[in-house]
Design a protein around this ligand. Structure first.
Ligand code: GLC
Length: 536
């Protein structure tokens, strides 16, 4: 164990399995707080706003990519894995942030991108110099197919062939995302060694863990076989552009990488956390990423993210997750991120009643709860006019997708036009309606979504047990979904008509919407109303 590993965790945060039941907060650094008036958020801005997160009750912050990058994909194209992007700050700023967050009882996770590098990374620059270059085999190269043209039918994120021809060396290189993001070759042992060193570098600085980008993707089929067509009913979690992501990702060898990384993470005190962007279509496909409690400690539950906001759909995912993940596995509940958009819009059409219910569900299902910045004030997606779009990947409504910019717009701290985010006249993305939802107004209002989110987190912490509570469905009837989690009964009415809770409930601890008028049966849930009670 590297005994020089700095220890920032306050005494009251239990070391072992500290992620179990934790509240994590995904923070898009460029959109959180600008400290130098350039219109982009940065680490010093983040430092100045940390109190918001400790006030809310956050246990750990996951920062969107912070490493140097040409920003073809806003940091998901890394050109130096051991640095800090100069537009965001310095290594010293990051060290200070880890210390300042630790002093407030919060841990800091970084985003790690092991599937691909930037084409500007020195490894790739070297690989381009010739077939015998030291780093040539760090990337995936292949000659033309028998009939000429790209080696196989794989498509990249934009729908174009996932292969780019490199004339000087007469081979194609693979990119599952943009041509500026060449995929690494995980069949090549030096790649493993390089990433083990990257992990140790950051863990030793006090970084509490990583969110792992494209966690299911690292290995590709050795034979580079064509992907089969998407089966009827296949979703965006099973593939895209009419093809299953069978061979260009999703290879079982990836589990060896996570066993190795878990062994590294476990050498530190507290153990470091591996949280995967496990883009797979079912709990059955997610389970292997937890291994025998020797791989990732957390994996995003995308079937939940893409569930419909109905009792039936959400309850089905909750039941499947509980029944399928290994007993030691801690599920992850989230519904917004920088790719898929914000749940306040996707699920709730901006309706505050629905937003409260969504928060109540995510905060009470057993596991880790990940808020995306702004979820706590019910921030909706912002319609970004085409001329203001900044995401090259989804520019112009690529493949029918909505621009990802809509969920990357700056945080609303107050009702001013700049939202308190920046002193610049032009923030990097527009803010939308700052008066409609902002932190300042909601902090002063005990009935606000922000106050509700904080109440939920407090209640959650007050009820926390060392072991994950068991999920047990009690009722699923039309829009009414009730479940028991440890000592709590949660009932939500996801419908526009009243529902009556038939299962016995004890004292009501938290209720959304209007309190029941005196004399009204407390078991009646109004449309889009929910409650948390003691299970009786
Ligand atoms: C992940 C990221 C996404 C990025 C892609 C390529 O899905 O969340 O933003 O574009 O990987 O790195």
């Amino acid at each position: 164990m590297p005994d020089h590993a700095p220890e920032h965790a306050p005494d009251h945060v239990p070391d072992r399995r500290w992620w179990q039941g934790a509240v994590l907060y995904q923070l898009y650094v460029r959109s959180w707080q600008d400290s130098n008036g350039d219109g982009y958020g940065d680490l010093r801005g983040l430092l100045s706003r940390l109190d918001h997160l400790s006030w809310l009750g956050v246990d750990a912050i996951w920062l969107s990519p912070t490493m140097p990058s040409p920003d073809q994909d806003w940091g998901y194209d890394v050109s130096d894995y051991l640095g800090v992007h100069p537009e965001l700050g310095t290594l010293a700023d990051l060290d200070e942030l880890i210390g300042a967050a630790g002093a407030r009882g919060m841990r800091v996770l970084l985003d790690l991108v092991p599937n691909h590098t930037s084409s500007a990374h020195p490894w790739f620059a070297d690989a381009l110099t010739g077939k015998s270059a030291e780093h040539r085999d760090w990337y995936v190269w292949a000659g033309p197919s028998a009939g000429g043209g790209p080696p196989n039918n794989w498509r990249d994120f934009t729908g174009a062939p996932a292969w780019t021809w490199h004339e000087p060396t007469g081979q194609y290189y693979l990119h599952n995302f943009l041509p500026a993001q060449p995929d690494l070759n995980w069949w090549h042992p030096p790649v493993h060694e390089a990433f083990a060193e990257i992990l140790e570098f950051w863990f030793s600085r006090g970084v509490a863990g990583f969110r792992i980008d494209v966690a299911h993707g690292l290995y590709k089929d050795k034979l580079l076989r064509d992907n089969p067509p998407l089966e009827p009913g296949g979703t965006r979690l099973s593939g895209s552009y009419g093809l299953q992501a069978k061979y260009n990702m999703n290879q079982p060898e990836v589990h060896g990488v996570y066993r190795d990384w878990r062994a590294i993470a476990d050498q530190y005190r507290p153990p470091r956390l591996l949280l995967g962007e496990t883009w797979v279509s079912s709990a059955a496909a997610l389970a292997p990423f937890y291994g025998q409690d020797d791989e990732l400690q957390l994996g995003f539950n995308f079937p939940f993210v893409f569930a419909d906001f109905t009792a039936e759909s959400l309850a089905a995912v909750a039941a499947d997750t509980a029944a399928t993940l290994p007993a030691t596995a801690c599920p992850v509940w989230t519904a917004s991120n920088h790719d898929v958009g914000r749940f306040a819009s996707r699920w709730c059409e901006g309706d505050p009643r629905k937003i409260r219910l969504a928060l109540m569900i995510m905060a009470t299902l057993p596991g880790a709860f990940v808020l995306y910045y702004g979820d706590e004030i019910g921030l909706p997606d912002v319609a970004v006019r085409p001329e203001l779009e900044r995401d090259p990947m989804t520019a112009g409504g690529l493949g029918g997708q909505l621009s990802r910019d809509r969920a990357r717009t700056p945080m609303h701290w107050d009702a001013s036009p700049s939202g308190g985010f920046t002193g610049a006249s032009k923030p990097w993305l527009p803010l939308g309606d700052t008066a409609a939802s902002n932190v300042a107004a909601q902090r002063d209002d005990p009935e606000s979504i922000l106050a509700f989110t904080r109440d939920l987190i407090r209640l959650r912490k007050a009820q926390a047990t060392p072991d994950l509570a068991r999920y047990e469905q009690v009722t699923l009837d039309g829009g009414l979904w009730a479940y028991r989690v440890g000592p709590l009964l949660v009932a939500v009415n996801l419908a526009g008509i009243p529902a009556r809770l038939t299962s016995p409930a004890g004292e009501v601890l938290l209720r959304t919407g209007e309190p029941s008028p005196a004399g009204e049966d407390a078991t009646v849930l109004h449309p889009w109303q929910g409650l948390i009670a003691r299970a009786s």
